[in-house]
Design a protein around this ligand. Structure first.
Ligand code: SF4
Length: 234
């Protein structure tokens, strides 16, 4: 929903899920790496390694330096992963440090509503996934998603669903029902699946059918692909 707004990405290691389409499998499982990579100048791809674990004050110092290079260019800090709530559950000291710099935007799989409840007041925006078994290859998480959305609706939240040629109409209807049960004004983004070789995993015709299905009960439905892939960033 913030398409075109420039963000600083912080990618947290670890995730409790294993979606088939995951574009960061290295950050979702296994032991945390010995170092994290930090881009010295935004967009230049000139990464340096910093030993893990990184403290809140260290990351705050790095971001302050970035922001000072172009003080008005950034909209927000995107907390992404992996699943950021997994680490934030024990690292809440990061949140006030980061939020002093810029608004916070949480990119989450929409499962761990208990940790969200502990962190939600720090979040300015929440992009919450609803995971469809047809796209992820995993079980369904409707109960978690419903609880999560209730907590997230305290803030500026929107729901994102990755859709493919295998997505079932009944799954879209279930997602719409879950949104309607909390607030009919919450926006829904349908994101066409990007395959590992960079192609779209859904036909234009079927994407339109899914968009029409969601647009019957919901007023704010958008189709937005993964734009950073088209731009060759991150
Ligand atoms: S929830 Fe996100 S990070 Fe976790 S496996 Fe799925 S796509 Fe990857």
């Amino acid at each position: 929903m913030l398409i075109g707004a420039r963000q600083i990405f912080i990618r947290f290691h670890g995730c409790q899920l294993s979606c088939e389409y995951c574009d960061s499998p290295e950050s979702r499982s296994g032991k945390p790496p010995a170092a994290c990579r930090v881009e010295k100048r935004p967009g230049h791809g000139d990464f340096i390694d910093i030993s893990n674990p990184v403290t809140a004050s260290r990351i705050g110092g790095i971001l302050e330096e970035w922001i000072s290079m172009s003080p008005t260019a950034h909209h927000s800090i995107s907390l992404t992963g992996g699943e950021p709530l997994l680490q934030l559950s024990s690292k809440k000291e990061f949140l006030p440090v980061l939020r002093d710099l810029l608004p916070l935007y949480l990119e989450t799989n929409g499962i761990d509503y208990e940790t969200l409840a502990e962190c939600v007041d720090f979040m300015d925006y929440i992009s919450m996934d609803m995971k469809l078994p047809s796209a992820t290859g995993m079980k369904e998480y409707w109960k978690n998603h419903a609880e999560f959305l209730k907590v997230a609706s305290k803030r500026n939240v929107f729901v994102k669903i990755v859709v493919s040629n295998h997505t079932r109409i009944c799954e879209i209807q279930q997602a719409c029902d879950t949104i309607l049960s909390v607030d009919e004004n919450i926006p829904l983004v349908l994101q066409p699946l990007t395959t590992h070789d960079g192609k779209l995993g859904i036909s234009g015709r079927y994407l339109i059918e899914l968009q029409e299905t969601a647009s019957i009960p919901l007023r704010r439905v958008r189709v937005i692909p993964q734009t950073h892939k088209f731009m060759g960033l991150l």
